[in-house]
Design a protein around this ligand. Structure first.
Ligand code: TXA
Ligand code: MG
Length: 383
């Protein structure tokens, strides 16, 4: 049932993982590592000092709890064990999670487990919650790190709080330069958006954060047919969501903070609105006419690439365009989104116009992140 881990002895990767595992055990400085969703900034979840350092390094609010990463179901069950329990006692994960774990672990799914009365975990991990978020990541490096260290690894995304989550080791290095000592480089993240956070302890069960596993996939599991998606407040300038969203307060504390934003302005176009014309691109450049201003355009499914004539028209008016396609499938768009937002900042774009997608399948998580990043949302009636 548990993934097996063979100690890699000769490869560079194996040595790097063993070094990182050793740092997790003995150093108070967190280590960055790849997962299939985004890069994480990890620490031994049972020690206060390194966990506290995660919050300092990221500039993260103390009331925003961390996800604990495990490499096996055995490690997950240990999190349910009170310090006072005898070593022979066993603890079971609440049965509601069984179909989800069978289907999606290891993978981009975080489940909330009840905290035992005397938890081994540093209280900074769960902050003000009575639960702990747990996930078994699918990235082989992340799994190997959890198993090699034999530690539960508390890890938020390895970005500076508020910026888009990192999907390459380079993104981590840019954000956390001189604040971390070790980044395991596992290449680009395959999923590209964070895990789905689910609460099976409440009734009905709820999705607290949409992510790499879709609402449709969760709803198809036994006991999860009536799953609701928790409404969020705050964060971006647009609230709300789709799909049977409940009216209750946000319960994943992280969801109330503004997130995922590049420094440039973001204009998000909902489906069924028109592609911005060159006149619109020019009007939102609000620069002086004597200085060149860079505008971004991120296309998905319908928008057309600007033609030479349009680019020329803009250039004559001191507007340069940085264009990119995020792809057309939900998977591609998820994978490329955060990197593309970061690229806009790197290229000095002042405002990026982004073509939104329908909120089904991967679209729910993509649009959740984009709405948080957006300074303006263009709906049909606005155009
Ligand atoms: O894919 C991911 O989940 C990545 C990788 C590194 O695993 N991690 C990640 O962590 O996105 P972070 O800290 O950026 O987001 C964790 C989210 C936050 O919205 C937080 O509020 C919520 O999960 N969360 C964590 N523990 C919780 C708990 N006990 N109750 C409610 N929400 C919780
Ligand atoms: Mg994060």
């Amino acid at each position: 049932e548990d993934p097996t881990f063979t100690t890699p002895s000769s490869s560079q990767t194996g040595k790097a993982i063993l070094l990182a595992a050793e740092r997790l055990r003995s150093s108070d400085v967190p280590v960055a590592f790849p997962t299939e969703t985004v890069y994480g900034l990890g620490a031994d979840a049972t020690r206060d000092e390194p966990v506290r350092n995660i919050f300092t390094i990221k500039g993260r609010p103390a009331d925003n709890p961390l996800i604990v990463h495990v490499g096996s179901l055995k490690q997950a069950r240990e999190l349910l064990r009170p310090t006072t329990a005898s070593p022979t006692d066993t603890f079971e994960i609440p049965p509601i999670y069984k179909p989800l774990i069978d289907k999606f672990w290891p993978g981009p799914l975080t489940i909330l487990l009840p905290l035992p009365p005397n938890s081994n975990l540093s209280p900074h991990v769960y902050a003000t919650q009575t639960t702990v978020g747990v996930r078994m990541p699918a990235h082989p490096v992340a799994l190997a790190l959890a198993l090699a260290s034999n530690l539960p690894i508390a890890a938020p995304s390895a970005n500076k709080s508020g910026l888009p989550s990192p999907t390459t080791a380079k993104h981590v290095a840019v954000d956390l330069y001189k604040r971390v000592e070790l980044i395991l480089d596992g290449g680009g993240c395959n999923v590209g958006l964070e895990s789905t956070v689910v609460d099976g302890l409440s009734s009905p069960p709820a999705i607290l954060r949409p992510g790499g596993v879709s609402l449709e996939q969760i709803r198809a599991c036994e006991g999860w047919e009536g799953v609701i998606v928790h409404k969020e407040d705050g964060g971006g300038n647009s609230g709300g969501g789709a799909n049977g969203v409940s009216g209750a307060a946000p319960r994943a504390p992280g969801m109330k903070y503004k997130h995922y934003s590049p420094t440039c302005g973001v204009r998000l176009y909902l489906p069924n609105t028109d592609q911005p014309t060159v006149e619109v691109l020019k009007s939102t450049a609000f620069g002086s006419d004597s200085r060149v201003v860079r505008m971004g355009v991120l296309r998905t499914r319908q928008w057309k690439e600007l033609d030479d004539q349009e680019l020329e028209w803009l250039r004559e008016r001191n507007v340069e365009v940085v264009e990119d396609s995020l792809g057309t499938s939900g998977e591609e768009i998820s994978r490329r989104l955060f990197g593309a937002l970061r690229r806009m900042d790197d290229e000095g774009v002042v405002v990026v116009h982004i073509e939104g997608i329908e909120e089904d399948m991967e679209g729910l998580a993509v649009m959740n992140r984009l709405k948080k990043a957006a300074s303006v949302v263009i709906r049909r009636r606005d155009v």
